[in-house]
Design a protein around this ligand. Structure first.
Ligand code: G3I
Length: 301
């Protein structure tokens, strides 16, 4: 097939992009979006600060714009992200203990309920593990409410939207390392105790190299009985960019429970990684070598 989405669909997968409501008036941007992608993720619009700017007052205008853009194009919509230590509204940052726990669970319930039946997969909890060698949880206001905050969030999300796949999402978990093993141990525990979890997202914000055990890492999670997804892919532009993109794509295709890939933006100029040119389209919207490399990998099978 001749587009990313249609090529991924040949093996039952999706190929998505993170998109921003503020760019939907840009015809070059939406032209690429509707042509190439069959999944969308809101880059910021469904986060806590965006959806509950003051406690108990929910604003879904921009999140709904992303949702409707995706649904009207026949795309899947990945919800991102119900709970995260970053991009919390100021009022939540100043809460702690049971007041924060109650507010956080209410947030999960209200947002997942608003989008009930419309979301393919939710990043229920984002980036809750620490960097480095500990393999443990990241310190945060949410973590300080008790180690069970993650499972409480997943149970609330399941109750609010039983049809959505519920994911844990993180970065620097793309190879087998202490952090990814910490996540792995949590997922194994959740599966053994019946905590509702369906998928793990691997952000895959990559530099100029990729872990040699990238595919093996996806596979070990899949073997726990969860789907895996590449959720925020971007790769620094260097000599290896096109090759690394192809390696990620082939790894997903080789893991039967890898259901799709999302790139974190459309054109280089849309990326949060200013100056790194990490995406598949250049600033003018032209296909890059990395685009061709992904397309060929998707069609090779
Ligand atoms: O919209 C406001 C604007 O009104 C204001 O004038 C401006 C001044 O700072 O800020 C704008 O908000 C910015 C927002 O992006 C929208 O552009 C925030 O400052 C900025 O912090 C925010 O950055 C986002 C970042 O998450 C926040 O941590 C990036 O766009 C977004 O790509 C990035 O995405 C994260 C994923 O959610 C989780 N994984 C890592 C990934 C990259 O950091």
């Amino acid at each position: 097939a001749s587009t990313l989405g249609a090529s991924a669909a040949q093996t039952g997968r999706y190929f998505g992009a993170a998109i921003a409501a503020g760019r939907l008036g840009d015809a070059t941007y939406t032209g690429i979006l509707t042509r190439e992608f069959n999944s969308v993720t809101p880059e910021n619009e469904m986060k806590w600060d965006a959806t509950e700017p003051s406690q108990g007052r929910f604003t879904f205008t921009n999140g709904d714009r992303i949702l409707n853009q995706g649904l009207s194009n026949g795309s899947k919509v990945r919800g991102h992200a119900l709970l995260w230590h970053a991009q919390q509204p100021g009022w939540a940052q100043s809460l702690s203990g049971s007041a924060l726990r109650t507010a956080a669970i209410n947030h999960v319930t209200q947002v997942a309920s608003h989008y009930r039946g419309k979301i393919y997969a939710w990043d229920v909890v984002n980036e809750a593990f620490a960097d480095g060698g500990s393999g443990g949880r990241r310190d945060s206001n949410l973590q300080r409410t008790g180690n069970d905050w993650i499972e409480a969030a997943f149970r609330a999300a399941r109750a609010a939207d039983p049809g959505a796949k519920l994911c844990y999402n993180d970065y620097n978990t793309d190879g087998i390392n202490a952090k990814s093993t910490g996540v792995y141990t949590m997922i194994r525990d959740f599966k053994s105790r019946g905590v509702p979890i369906d998928c793990v997202g691997f952000q895959s914000h990559l530099g100029t190299s990729i872990p040699g055990d990238y595919q093996a890492n996806l596979q070990r999670f899949a073997d726990l009985g969860v789907d895996v997804q590449i959720t925020e892919l971007d790769v620094a532009q260097g000599g290896n960019q096109a090759t690394i993109y192809a390696t990620v794509t082939r790894a997903c295709l080789a893991v039967s429970r890898c259901t799709g890939i999302t790139v974190w933006g459309i054109r280089d100029s849309d990326s949060w990684r200013t100056g790194e040119n990490p995406l598949l389209f250049d600033n003018s919207g032209n296909r890059k070598a990395a685009y061709t490399s992904v397309l060929n990998a998707l069609n090779a099978g």
